[in-house]
Design a protein around this ligand. Structure first.
Ligand SMILES: NC(=O)c1ccc[n+]([C@@H]2O[C@H](COP(=O)([O-])OP(=O)(O)OC[C@H]3O[C@@H](n4cnc5c(N)ncnc54)[C@H](OP(=O)(O)O)[C@@H]3O)[C@@H](O)[C@H]2O)c1
Length: 354
């Protein structure tokens, strides 16, 4: 192991919704299936503030310190015995380290296992850019896994709602570059040009246009869409979804029927909004399919994204890098929290850990 400090700093909290504080932990060598990573940058996601404010998670985890952050980029400084044929010290990597009731990536060091999604950082990305990628890319891929097989020479048509946000920017780019689809992005006026530049073929401005009507009017010869990726939540589309999507198509949400930014979304809301379960069953038997999903934890997706980045085929969008998250008395946490709560971020917010 390279020369390491005896302990490292992390941002943690004990009780839900209380101000996070700094915690100091002793560094220990990597276990046989672990990599010790010196974190250079991390990113905030809505789920971080949702978990931080969630009383059930707080109750499950008890009074122990709980970390914040799931995305990271950094340098490998320790390699477990079983991983030496694949990884070596000094390699720059990015990945997802998701421990909802334990450590987070707003930390100088993390210890990941060979089960956590990880990939080599492309040279074309800074640490700050690489830190912004994993969670949102793995979610965008999970949505695109629901794309039906192409049945004709015509491009499949994908709709991305929330196209300017963290997941949306990747859903648009991957639908174009990896799946060769025709993409309609839904965003506000201020982000319309930005979403077009990401590759969207059409843009619908939700602040000015009637979204369902515009989608219905834009169907070429009345043919229906293949996939609706919902990164916003709500129920606006369900009066029209069988008209918008063909029976092999799918409406995939990563949020669910809820619209609050601070409450947990995803499949857990099948319990709180059982109508989603009815929709899932109806879609399973009769189509179009409906599902409220989680990200897909596959390193292969991160490797594929890194390779696209090296070829210049996709771009990373970081709206702001916030410094000082591990400084005593810093207001950095308040800033990142406010960005997530607002729901107005274009691309991603990153924190500098150096
Ligand atoms: N299930 C999962 O595994 C999973 C994974 C990741 C994220 N999520 C959830 O997915 C949601 C999105 O996450 P994210 O990281 O992509 O969020 P985000 O980056 O915070 O999304 C913000 C973006 O959404 C746009 N937006 C807001 N209201 C909109 C609307 N009505 N229509 C279209 N665009 C709108 C905003 O643009 P304007 O300011 O221009 O409106 C902004 O660019 C969150 O609720 C998150 O918790 C779930």
């Amino acid at each position: 192991m390279s020369k390491l400090p005896e302990s490292y700093k992390s941002l943690t909290y004990t009780q839900p919704s209380t101000d996070p504080h700094l915690t100091y932990t002793q560094i220990t060598p990597s276990g046989p299936n672990e990599l010790l990573i010196k974190v250079e940058a991390a990113a905030i996601n809505p789920v971080d503030i949702q978990l931080w404010g969630n009383p059930v998670v707080g109750w499950l985890a008890g009074k122990k310190e709980k970390g914040i952050g799931r995305d990271y980029a950094g340098t490998i400084v320790g390699v477990g015995g079983n991983l030496k044929s694949k990884w070596e010290e000094g390699t720059e990597v990015f990945g997802l380290f998701s421990r909802p009731t334990a450590e987070g990536t707003f930390s100088q060091y993390v210890k990941v296992t060979d089960q956590d999604p990880i990939a080599r950082k492309p040279e074309t990305w800074s640490f700050e850019e690489a830190a912004s990628v994993s969670l949102v890319v793995l979610t965008a891929y999970a949505c695109l896994e629901w794309l039906p097989e192409a049945k004709s020479a015509q491009k499949r048509r994908v709709i991305v709602s929330g196209a300017s946000g963290g997941v949306g920017i990747w859903a648009v780019q991957l639908a174009k570059k990896v799946f060769n689809c025709y993409v309609t992005g839904i965003c506000s006026s201020r982000n319309a040009d930005f979403v077009r530049e990401l590759g969207a073929d059409e843009v619908i401005d939700y602040s000015k246009q009637d979204v369902p009507k515009t989608l219905l009017d834009s169907r070429p010869n009345g043919s229906k869409y293949d996939l609706y990726i919902d990164c916003v939540g709500g129920v606006e589309m369900f009066n029209y979804w069988t008209e918008i999507l063909h029976t092999d198509g799918a409406y995939i949400t990563i949020v669910g029927d809820k619209t609050s930014r601070t409450s947990m979304g995803g499949p857990a809301t099948y319990f709180t909004y059982p109508v989603q379960l009815v929709r899932f069953l109806r879609g399973y038997f009769f189509g179009p399919r409906y599902a409220n999903i989680l990200l897909s934890s596959k390193s292969a997706y991160l490797e594929q994204t890194a390779s696209l980045a090296e070829k210049g085929e996709v771009k990373v969008v970081v709206q702001e890098v916030i410094g000082g998250i591990l400084d005593e008395g810093s207001d950095a946490w308040k800033k990142v929290w406010a960005h997530m709560e607002s729901g107005r971020v274009r691309g991603k917010i990153v924190v500098d850990i150096k």
